[in-house]
Write a protein that binds this ligand. Sequence first.
Ligand SMILES: Nc1ncnc2c1ncn2[C@@H]1O[C@H](COP(=O)(O)OP(=O)(O)O)[C@@H](O)[C@H]1O
Ligand code: SF4
Ligand SMILES: [Mg+2]
Length: 378
Amino acid sequence: MPTAGADATRLTKSQQTEPLLVVEGLKTHFATPNGLVKAVDGVSLSVARGKTLGVVGESGSGKTVLSRSIMRLNTAGNVITHGRVSYDGEDLLQESPKEMREIWGVEMAMVFQDPMTSLNPVVRVGRQMTEHIRHHLKVSKSEAAETAIELLRSVRIPEPEARFSNYPHEMSGGMRQRVCIAIALACGPKMLFADEPTTALDVTVQHQILNLLEQQQKDRFMTMIMVTHDLGVVAGRTDEIAVMYAGKIAEKAPTGELFADMRHPYTESLLRSIPKINQPKHTRLAAISGRPPDLINPPSGCAFSPRCPYAQPKCFEQTPPLTAAPAPGHQYACWFPVGSPEGNQAWETNMAAGRLQTLAAAGELNATEDIPATIGGG
Ligand SMILES: Nc1ncnc2c1ncn2[C@@H]1O[C@H](COP(=O)(O)OP(=O)(O)O)[C@@H](O)[C@H]1O
Ligand code: SF4
Ligand SMILES: [Mg+2]
């Protein structure tokens, strides 16, 4: 059997308290004929062993580039990376390609959005699994097959012995993603990245896959980064959430704290775009008005300013730094935070000036119904 991930009981005291991953000032820029795309632009974060971090943001906010940069999977020739990615005390940005190949699969693994692009369509899933297992673990063919079938069973694939001989197209989308998860888990990685792992799947299957990932993460004491555009996906499943906007962290907090006391207007907009259970089917989701920013020429000042219902003149001129909220681990980058007296004042000023109505029209929001609960209530 493969090693079953990290085990909390086998760690020294300092290992248990030190975060497994520490990212400091990470920048990933792409040189293009039109200019420098600042896909990740100064991200710092850390994830403790056995904990789950949700990375949330709209499409194009830099989530995938961030995950791939941490794992050193950005192979594009036009990539420029700065900063530090410390994994278990080693700076991954200094590792050679050969050293990284030893780390992939064994230390860190990734589950991608579309299982069809990660699996080879002309090779039976069993062989894809055993090749991966034999590449990393020194085991015989029959031991690898046994391990693969056990893994298929652990990701709850019915009749794993029979499924072992299937081609990917003979399986449903959900089943294929289970196979990808099994492959990612095969060598017992300490850290798992899941990049929009359910976006390509039917809604009914999405929950099963998320539950499976959560269960495996807990059983194996893995550290997990769950990347998604949907704040609803990470709401009850992560220890901490980092909200990304235009390649930067807009807000970061323990999950409960984020939902109880979100400070960044962008986080609030993401929350309002989650479908509500009792929402009639024909109701359109509240879209965030305006378009995500140009990462070559981002807006001056706060990148969210052209779309922000709270924006004031200062926001268009000065970039807000990440600021500590009173609760431990909570940081936000905003001059007029949600729920603060200055935030409430900014909202009221914009409401009176008709700016909210203009934004609402662009995003098909109903401005009068979408006034945050904090207004008027404190
Ligand atoms: N190789 C590349 N060259 C130029 N731009 C890129 C490259 N890869 C990604 N980008 C750009 O980086 C930005 C962030 O992309 P991505 O991380 O995939 O966003 P997300 O995962 O949040 O949807 C996008 O604007 C994307 O077009
Ligand atoms: S700094 Fe200004 S524009 Fe940016 S999120 Fe805060 S209020 Fe909105
Ligand atoms: Mg992505």
